[in-house]
Ligand binder design. Structure first.
Ligand SMILES: [Zn+2]
Length: 482
């Protein structure tokens, strides 16, 4: 009976605290309403007048509610009078409760937290900040996440405008640039890739109801992106007199090499994973090796095929890494080569050229590669240029002989072209990097590419969390070690 009475006393006290807390919240809400009514003077305001006023003042309310909740949940921490110094372990008495105002998506929030200062160590710390997971600066992680999402989509100046408009908070482009680059710093392919489990789920979804394992396409290609040298200053390549003092520099188009993995689901493709960077062949294949080692291309669950154009850097690496994959030379690149030869060989006789191209592609389609290889040296070129082009084509087709059986590939459901990777170039590289007047430092363009890959791979939030955890761990460390 005694125990029951004690519990009920505790319950009563808790109930009382809850009621008090609600009263406090209601008071804050009343104050907010008073201010609102003060502002809307018209007796019959339009809906827009009302919503605009509420929209403008929304964060005063939501920020103040957040403040109250923090106060309620952390009463004990705010009353903490002593804490061990993270450096020497001595107990340190609280100096004072110091308030710090932070900026969040729901408005400004004032956080009162006791501050400790260990005199022998000369070290100040506030344990409640770590518990709350506060960012060091004023702008908290929710705002930073929203800003990074925006800058990955639109140019910095537009991002700044939209950010202010949508969040009601300000972040200048001088903050947006470093934020974006810090979030993306050091990202590798495994950081932006989905997990093996996520990939297997996608495979299972496409495989459902099929007799054969689904086709997983690995497409590899390069895309040109506009870069500027590391030494370049200013916004445009050397032009105009007023810029003459700045070092002149030339913008340069460089190849972002990338790969994309996707599943073929009838006429739909299911994106799995993209990785594009301005990088060497070796770096691209190192990334492919990493995802292979992580089991992200589960070859035993799919029919793997690799589609690429004839770029020599691609196929050697592919054959080494995926010896059993179905290799396909991009049909359109192949037909372009054949077109080029036809134009040189038939000259002004366009009809004959077209007829020959169609016959040649039809033979390739029918699996008669040997026949094409037999016929080419038997053409009688009228010029040396045509002869050289025919020799080149012959070498090209011989080299890719086992990648040209287009009819059979189509019958089996494989894609014949690298349209899948060209689409990825468009939505990952071009959409954000190719803007008039934009020339990117290589490091920054790789940061942007990594963030855009993360977005399309469905891992943007994971990437941001990684950044956040790194910063939190750093400020923790600062607290422990000076
Ligand atoms: Zn100390």
């Amino acid at each position: 009976m005694g125990a029951a009475a004690v519990i009920s006393l505790a319950e009563v006290r808790e109930k009382k605290q809850q009621v008090e807390f609600r009263q406090q919240l209601h008071e804050r809400f009343d104050q907010w309403l008073d201010a609102l009514e003060e502002q809307v003077k018209a007796p019959k305001p339009t809906l827009e007048q009302l919503t605009r006023t509420i929209w403008e003042r929304r964060q005063e309310l939501t920020g103040s509610l957040t403040e109250a909740l923090v106060e309620q949940r952390y009463r004990a921490e705010q009353a903490q009078r002593s804490a061990p110094c993270p450096q020497c372990g001595r107990p340190v008495a609280a100096r004072a409760v110091v308030s710090r105002t932070v900026d969040t998506l729901v408005g400004e929030v004032e956080v009162a937290r006791p501050y400790f200062y260990c005199v022998p160590c000369g070290h100040g710390f506030a344990p409640l900040e770590a518990t709350l997971g506060l960012a060091e600066g004023r702008k908290q992680f929710d705002l930073q996440r929203a800003a990074a999402r925006l800058t990955a989509e639109v140019p910095y100046e537009t991002a700044r405008e939209l950010f202010a408009e949508l969040t009601g908070r300000q972040l200048g482009t001088e903050r947006l640039h470093p934020l974006t680059n810090t979030v993306a710093a050091g990202l590798g392919v495994l950081d932006v890739a989905p997990t093996r489990h996520e990939i297997e789920e996608q495979i299972a979804a496409v495989a459902a109801g099929r007799r054969k394992p689904p086709i997983l396409v690995l497409a590899i290609d390069g895309a040109q992106v506009p870069t500027r040298p590391e030494t370049a200053q200013g916004s445009r390549p050397g032009r105009k007199k007023q810029r003459a003092k700045r070092a002149r520099w030339q913008g340069q188009w460089r190849e972002a090499k990338g790969f994309r993995c996707y599943l073929v689901d009838d006429d739909r493709s299911v994106h799995l994973l993209s990785w594009h960077q301005i990088q060497s062949d070796e770096e691209l294949f190192a990334a492919l090796r990493q995802i292979q080692a992580a089991g992200l291309i589960p070859e035993e669950q799919v029919r793997l095929c690799v589609v690429a154009d004839g770029a020599p850097w691609i196929w050697n690496g592919v054959t080494q890494l995926f010896p059993t994959a179905q290799e396909i030379l991009d049909y359109y690149h192949c037909s372009q080569h054949i077109h080029a030869v036809a134009e040189l060989h038939y000259g002004t006789d366009a009809a004959a050229a077209l007829e020959w191209v169609e016959a040649t592609m039809a033979r390739l389609f029918a699996g008669e590669v040997e026949g094409v290889l037999w016929g080419l040296p038997r053409l009688r070129p009228a010029t040396d240029t045509a002869a050289a082009a025919i020799d080149k084509l012959l070498a090209y087709l011989r080299q890719h002989q086992h990648r040209l059986n287009y009819g059979a590939y189509r019958k089996a459901g494989y894609p014949l072209g690298s349209g899948g990777i060209e689409a990825a170039h468009k939505f990952i590289c071009h959409a954000r990097l190719k803007r008039s007047g934009a020339w990117w430092y290589v490091a920054n363009s790789n940061h942007m590419l990594a963030l855009r890959c993360a977005k399309y791979n469905g891992t943007f939030d994971r990437v941001f969390d990684r950044y956040k955890q790194t910063l939190l761990a750093k400020s923790q460390q600062k607290n422990v070690k000076k």
